[in-house]
Design a protein around this ligand. Structure first.
Ligand code: IPE
Ligand code: IPE
Ligand code: MG
Length: 263
């Protein structure tokens, strides 16, 4: 993909332009994590620090999401999972939930052309029940429009919960056992992996959580079982590609052993 092909002036949205090439870090070949997950946390605190409504923090996060996607493309990340709305986030006030649903729907709608131009394949990970139909509809449109893109897969985790994903996989397997499609009494790890929301996506290599919280809050428990974790102090609206690149640089210097021993 040539970065010059994108004409940002033709897009009626705040641009998240690609970097001057001299700025893009030269990570060693093959060392960049293939799949990065980001727990985009701290929007509410960012707004509170400024005496603003929490929703203003979510709005401030939008350009950061697209800066992060641009930076992931530049770094050569192939899959980027973005924790956007968890199965636990329904506990928030009805007005914040309503805002987050409408805002997610609108962002996907407004940004699909930009993502398509960038070669992004839009994906979704999450549960259907409870999720607004208009969000699912926009996701369907975006996924269909971008299905042949192959620069990066961006997975919007909306109404996503890791335990729900594993429970849904278990239910699907149980159904297939009952119908005789799966024979024998043993459920294997491979079977569970094949029944996750997006079974073609490889395990997560690096999970980054912003805002200083050191927990994973039900994000990719299966896929990130062997992921490297990076907890960064910046609130998400203060982040962007530089924070992603710093995390990737840190990841590259880690020693991943997967239970084995290195000679
Ligand atoms: C992350 O920011 C966005 C979502 C969970 C949707 P928060 O809204 O959790 O912000 P804090 O953690 O309250 O600061
Ligand atoms: C995790 O952040 C969910 C998303 C970023 C979408 P939360 O703010 O909801 O997580 P907790 O409440 O700190 O665990
Ligand atoms: Mg939070």
């Amino acid at each position: 993909m040539s970065f010059e092909q994108v004409d940002y002036t033709s897009l009626d949205i705040p641009a998240a332009p690609f970097s001057d090439r001299s700025r893009i870090p030269e990570f060693p070949k093959g060392a960049v994590p293939q799949h990065v997950g980001v727990i985009m946390d701290g929007n509410g605190r960012w707004a509170k620090q400024r005496g603003l409504e929490r929703t203003k923090g979510h709005q401030a996060a939008e350009p950061v999401v697209f800066d992060t996607i641009a930076g992931a493309i530049e770094a050569g990340v192939r899959y980027l999972s973005l924790y956007t709305f968890s199965t636990e986030n329904w506990k928030r006030s009805p007005s914040e939930v309503r805002f987050l649903m409408g805002f997610s729907r609108d962002i996907i709608h407004r940004r699909v052309a930009q993502m398509d131009e960038w070669g992004v394949r839009v994906r979704w990970s999450g549960r259907r029940p409870k999720l607004w139909k208009s969000v699912i509809d926009e996701l369907d449109v975006a996924m269909e429009r971008t299905r042949n893109n192959s620069v990066i897969d961006v997975v919007f985790c909306i109404n996503y919960g890791g335990r729900a994903e594993i429970a849904d996989a278990a239910s699907a397997i149980a159904k297939e056992v009952a119908s005789g499609k799966i024979k024998g009494g043993r459920v294997t790890e491979k079977m569970i992996a094949e029944h996750l929301y997006n079974p073609d996506i490889p395990d997560c290599d690096l999970v980054i959580r912003t805002s200083g919280e050191q927990r994973t809050s039900n994000f990719l428990p299966w896929e990130a079982a062997y992921s490297e974790l990076d907890f960064v102090d910046e609130l998400f609206p203060d982040c962007g590609r530089d924070v992603l690149w710093r995390s990737i640089d840190d990841y590259i210097h880690r020693d991943r052993r997967f239970g084995g021993v290195k000679s």
